[in-house]
Design a protein around this ligand. Sequence first.
Ligand code: BGC
Length: 350
Amino acid sequence: MTVSKNLFGVMPDGKEVYEFTLENNNGMKVSVLTLGATLRSIIVPDKNGNEKDILLGFDDVTGYLERSSYQGAVVGPFANRIGNGKFEMDGVTYEVIKNEKDVTCLHAGGEFSFAVWNSIIADSDAVEFTYVSPDGNNGFPGNVTVSVVYRLGQNNDLHITYKAVSDKKTPISLTNHAYFNLNGYESDTVLNHVLKLECSAFTPVDAFSIPTGAIRSVEGTAFDFRAEKTIGVDIDKDEEQLQLTGGFDHNFVIDDADGTLRKCAYAFSAESGIALYAYTTLPGVQFYAGNFLEGEIGKGGLPMQKRSGFCLETQYYPDSPNKTQFPACFAEAGEEVKSETVFTFETVKD
Ligand code: BGC
């Protein structure tokens, strides 16, 4: 195992951005930036023994600052959406930033994703990033101290461990917004990838992508990924939920989620022979098929296409601060909340 640190670039205000690279003895390399505690590359061997970078991203700091797609970033303090930019907690209404269509709060206005985090090499196989979000920032209560650790194991397993503590009660849902293309970032779409989700239900949304509050069975819908299914098969089906979001962009309810690490997803591309398994302690996972990526200029100056990457954003359900029927996302003042997500990669030879 090795960890190295290099200067990646500088912010507009001159602040330096560093890139850490973790490398194991099985051909896997992961690099992470201090900007947004962003996963920048995940390199794994494909079935022919060639190195493949299976993560979408950008070449420089400017690319990461101008992204509208949150590529690889940590998102918080509350990932995904909050309806009408407000929620009530203990009888008090909190107004948060409405950075999407002036109506919804998306990814907490990007606070965690665009900040430069403090960093330390935590071990021979791990890097830790820390950040303090000031009370009231973008409307979220509490000074929130956050730590995100990326640890690479020898079994091509990448562990992301999140911890947060706030001095006031506040909603917390932390995720990583990585976009994967198991054929390599330079490949076209992920429509030929196979996906399996350990999810028997999902949370349908309204026209602003806010959950209606229902928990709907996937049975008989395009959302049924309980058995392996190619992503492209049903993505443009004439189902209301797909029309509302322009393709899969929904929170799936992880079966039997109980706060321990559980498998929630498996993805595979026969073209590269690369498989991805996702595990999490969280109750939900946003399967987003990269429906809005077209036109972003990514790594190597290559334009991204509609659906050139997919995300598995492990999370509390979107808008859960407003939905008492969803798993509770509030951290009490002084309570340290923790979660973990693991992405494991396997290379299958023909
Ligand atoms: C959302 C998408 C959004 C993307 C980039 C995902 O979590 O569900 O609707 O386009 O993030 O912001």
